[in-house]
Design a binder for this molecule. Structure first.
Ligand code: GDP
Length: 302
């Protein structure tokens, strides 16, 4: 493929597609919530489209902005997928998230379990909006025979993230909070009990796997992008504290939400396709992210 459009091109994942063939757009130039704006960019003869643009946030952002999360995500997905169909785009990858899965479900999560029950209340608005992208893709595959598909990454982190403390995801929020605590010699306060488990994936790995999906994957079901290695929030805090050389006090604020306790995923589908793929170890990815954060502090999203 020579011409690939990436929506959310300034974001955590979108920014990691590197090379001449990628044309990256951000929300300032094209408001994909508007169907006319969406079609105006997608009609320009792309070989493929990677749709990473989304209204995203961590457990705080999700709980406090459900209306925005629902409306913006459902509109963007609907417009982008329909614009691709109208413009006769042959290949499309849409980003879902492990938040789409039911709260009460037998683990591990697999691509077959998305619609088996309601999602966790903390992010249900986001989850239902994203589930509809799966339905739209399946419907378009069935009716129009299009090679459109979706990926389900677990918790993504890396350079270029949004380091907003209230609304960001756990890793960028903790890096930012640890930085402030170190610089101002105050305690570092962590939300929740530290017991929840998550699976983190480095944004560069997500971009590499998505390049493969765009070119090669052609199934009705989404494909999970995951290391399938769980780690507790407490252990993540330990790594960040060490890498940032923070010597102060760590406090746990159990009045803040824990969110879902765990959501382990089964990565056997991607592993079967790409048995030799080497995921970046969390410690190494965190080290790169923290170095980038410290050297770009003035200019980052926060
Ligand atoms: P989730 O996987 O959708 O729940 O998203 P998050 O990236 O927000 O991860 C949330 C987990 O990290 C929860 O268990 C939180 O209690 C915990 N956590 C600890 N400190 C923080 C923080 O400063 N920000 C966020 N977002 N989560 C935190």
């Amino acid at each position: 493929m020579d011409r690939v459009l990436v929506t959310g091109g300034n974001g955590l994942v979108g920014s990691q597609f590197i090379g001449e063939k990628y044309h990256k757009i951000g929300s300032k130039k094209y408001d994909l919530i508007n169907p006319i704006a969406s079609y105006s960019i997608i009609k320009r003869e792309w070989d493929g489209v990677i749709h990473t643009a989304a209204k995203v946030g961590g457990v705080g952002g999700n709980m406090n902005h459900k209306g925005e999360f629902f409306y913006q995500n459902i509109m963007m997905n609907t417009n982008v997928i329909e614009s691709c169909r109208q413009a006769d785009v042959k290949n499309l990858v849409v980003f879902l998230s492990t938040c789409v899965f039911p709260n009460d479900v037998e683990y591990p999560l697999t691509e077959k379990k998305i619609h088996l029950g309601p999602p966790h209340f903390s992010n249900d608005a986001y989850a239902y909006a994203k589930r509809m992208a799966d339905i739209q893709i399946r419907s378009y595959r069935e009716q129009y025979g299009l090679n459109y598909k979706s990926v389900i990454p677990t918790n993504i982190y890396g350079i270029n993230d949004n380091f907003d403390i209230e609304n960001g995801h756990v890793i960028p929020s903790l890096i930012h909070k640890c930085f402030i605590a170190r610089e101002t010699k105050t305690p570092l306060t962590i939300w929740g009990s530290g017991k929840p488990l998550r699976e983190f994936i480095y944004n560069k790995d997500v971009a590499k796997l998505t390049e493969w999906v765009l070119e090669n994957y052609n199934e009705d079901e989404p494909i999970i992008l995951s290391t399938s290695e769980e780690i507790s929030i407490k252990d993540v805090v330990g790594m960040i504290v060490e890498l940032m050389n923070f010597k102060g006090e760590v406090k746990w604020d159990t009045d803040k939400p824990d969110g879902q306790f765990r959501k382990p995923s089964d990565n056997s589908k991607i592993k079967n396709y790409l048995p030799d793929f080497k995921f970046t170890p969390l410690y190494d990815g965190l080290k790169e992210t923290i170095e980038w954060f410290e050297s770009n502090y003035e200019n980052i999203r926060k």
